[in-house]
Design a protein around this ligand. Sequence first.
Ligand code: ATP
Length: 632
Amino acid sequence: GVETTQLAELELIDTKEGAQVPYLALCKVFELIEGTSKRLEITAYIRDFLLQVMRVGQEQLTHTVMLCISKIAPDHEGIELGIGEAILIKSIAAATGRQASRVKQEHQELGDLGLVVQRGKSGQRTMFKPKPLSVSKVFTTFREIALTSGSSSTQKKQSLIVGLLASCSELEARFLIRSLEGRMRIGLAESTVQTALSHAALIYEKGDKDSAKLGPSDFQAATESLKQTLSEFPIYSNVIESIYKHGIKGVADHCMLTPTLPVKPMLAKIEKAADDVLRRFEGKPFTCEFKYDGERSQIHFVREDDGTTKCVIFSRNAENNTGKYPDIANSVKEFALEGVNSFILDCEAVAWDKLGGKIRSFQTLSSRKRKVGNESEITIGVCCFAFDLLFLNGEPLIRLPLRQRRELLHKHFTPVLNKFQFATAKDLTEVEDIQELLELSVEENCEGLMIKTLDGESSSYEPSKRSMNWLKLKKDYVDGLGDSLDLVVIGAYFGKGKRVGAYGSYLLACYDPDREEYQTICNIGTGFSEADLESHKTQLDQSVIATPKPYYAVSDKSKPDIWFEPTQVWEVKAADLSLSSTYLAAFGQIDASKGVSLRFPRFIRIRDDKTPEMATTSSQVAEMYENQKINQ
Ligand code: ATP
């Protein structure tokens, strides 16, 4: 549904073409959002603000949207804000005329630099009123700050930040500093901004009179289409340009899959037993592929008209991983057959034992360097197992059935010894055969099977969706161990006995994307080797913070001795999930006054390919808890 307009509470801005959107107006919207937890209300605030900005113009809209999602560039460009605490503290001190030590102390008390700077500003008397900040000025300066590198870059960044703070009101300073930290913490998820943008665009297009006739289904269609477009073409500036040119309905036809731009990968649902697969697919033909245990790799390739070529490899979360896999990038011409000029392949890169001709463990792969200078430095061999083809010779294929995509994959590519293979796949119909293939996959060092529908619309490639048309069946689920969880390390407890000097155990959390917070789920002390214990400590000690982040949901009963920034994601297995009054995961979702916690959690490995925000979500935790109840 669509909430009635909230414009009465919103600051009206000058919508003349060429006008500047005041940063203060945007901050007032942030403040309104911070004051509510109702998703519809949040969407309405942003929608109505964006609608005004839309009238001002394309560039202003792009900058506003980017500030709303706390980004200064598309993810794959790797340009992030996330300015370190030390620089921010010095800048705040300089801008408010106080000692850095005092700022630090207030930070310890308040736990939020945004509030610290706001307080500092409020006590400040200014001789003359500075020129108000515009959204564009803030956005472009943010980019400049992020792109500053080389000698004395700390100094340069600091003076840019001080410059911005000098023109800020108290409220602006609070949000400006939080943006620089890389997090707004007002409960504004990117997906909400996308919904609001699609609604605003639709209303803008229809005009005041006709938009009154729009119904919920019109808004829903616009939202779905925009989200789909952004998962295929993740560049807001181009998508917004296209909204102005072609309307919200036309965007999908103009911003399509493009080699060298990462596609949000399709994800799978968990299936517990081979016989459930048949029931789930209701007679639809499906294929069972080996589920390789390595790193998801999207290989993009284009040959330009002048014959030059470009190959980019993206990770599961759209990071440019080409520097990690130069060997794969260099072998494109061997595995792509003649006549192939552009493509996007979906693959799993696994550590490979050339002599034995077999797959090595995930642990082996994770010891490969993040950046390899050139191929001769490579010590861990990798083989790519391709399971999907999303784009070929200028044409997106994702709407085609999987059977056809697979045919094209096999027709235009060829296996290359020790470098490139097609994922082992069998189109099965009997439970016994699925079970047998599952056993075989495990024997060959795979994790289990991926089971996918083959024909019709339900077998298209659905970017960014966790789809019912892809099921994952792991040996562990069949054995009743359940799926693992990916959790964020937010604290540690000092060790006793044998572990004096190291950390004895760690506090883990899942992520709630709606509330933008990390919720504690367990204390973990098993599954670590001696070497793990040492390297975890060294790595995590670099991200120690004095006070917990305001977006950590932790009860008094589980306060750790040391707090960390959210940086590492750990894969963890547990015996089961239970209700808890100590841990706060999925709080209120199952029981009004209890959270969910893990019993007997065990460390499996570090998940370098996931950012903390990609950790298991609280609704997934709730779902896992409910599922086990059914099975018991
Ligand atoms: P998720 O991606 O579902 O959040 P995850 O990253 O822990 O969870 P899994 O649930 O283990 O991954 O399974 C999905 C992953 O399996 C894919 O992202 C991909 O990297 C890998 N994979 C291996 N083989 C295949 C295959 N044949 N088809 C699709 N994905 C495969």
